[in-house]
Design a protein around this ligand. Structure first.
Ligand SMILES: [Mn+2]
Length: 243
């Protein structure tokens, strides 16, 4: 069996982007799909995204973990967008999220978390002032994790980084939201392109091969959905990849 994993993170209810990524994965049918969280929250199509992932699990192994905004959905944090998401998902959609763990070790090879180990609200790799966190700090967060390769999401920035022990940390970027602005602390994350990002990782005899993909899709469809929900911020992020 080939050790192949498709890393999808931060789909954020963007079904158009997810569909494009799954179509791109048609030539990788045996790969495990590993969803790194922040899967359904957003003013787009949370229900369609949930159902598309369920349908995909009929054809390949699909594993998922929760991110901070999946927890927000479970907790029912109050906002206009959240009311829309909860309405779309209903109790069954929330239960689907509740069954997912915060981190997972897959095949005793791949460790996955949303933010950093033990904290889904923090970036494992990025520092807002220096670009990257200090390598010692990044490495310390990997202590005690018995895995060949480590993967995370949350920052929406595609990246691969090598630890002093030779292991890699891979962030596939975001399938559904190529840029965003956040308030605590105030900052923007932006890729500069309205593309769906994901990554393929494969164990080879030379080590793990990391293939970052940037997939074009009908992002105007997602922009229209955001505008329908009065989310001008999301509409701008989706249309350009700039925040
Ligand atoms: Mn997140």
């Amino acid at each position: 069996m080939k050790l192949r994993y498709a890393l999808l993170s931060d789909i954020h209810g963007n079904l158009a982007a997810l569909d494009a990524v799954l179509a791109d994965l048609a030539d990788w049918p045996e790969a495990t799909l590993l969803d790194l969280g922040d899967t359904l929250y957003g003013p787009l199509d949370p229900r369609g995204t949930w159902q598309r992932l369920q349908a995909e699990s009929a054809t390949r192994r699909v594993l998922g973990i929760n991110g901070n905004q999946d927890r927000d959905v479970i907790d029912g944090t109050s906002s206009t967008t959240m009311d829309y998401v909860l309405d779309e998902l209903g109790a069954a959609g929330v239960r689907w999220l509740q069954r997912r763990p915060a981190s997972v070790l897959v095949d005793n090879l791949v460790y996955a978390c949303h933010g950093k180990p033990g904290d889904d609200t923090r970036y494992w790799l990025e520092d807002l002032d220096d670009g990257l966190r200090a390598l010692g700090d990044i490495h310390a967060d990997a202590a005690g994790i018995a895995a060949e390769i480590l993967v995370c999401g949350h920052s929406h920035i595609p990246r691969v980084l090598t630890l002093p022990d030779g292991r890699m940390i891979v962030n596939p970027g975001s399938v559904g939201l190529p840029a965003f602005r956040d308030t605590d602390p105030p900052h923007a994350m932006q890729t500069g392109a309205p593309l769906a990002r994901y990554a393929r990782i494969e164990a080879t005899d030379r080590g793990w091969l990391i293939d970052h993909r940037a997939v074009p899709y009908d992002h105007e469809q997602a922009v229209e959905q955001a505008l329908d929900r009065d989310r001008l911020d999301w509409a701008q992020w989706l249309s350009s990849g700039w925040a």
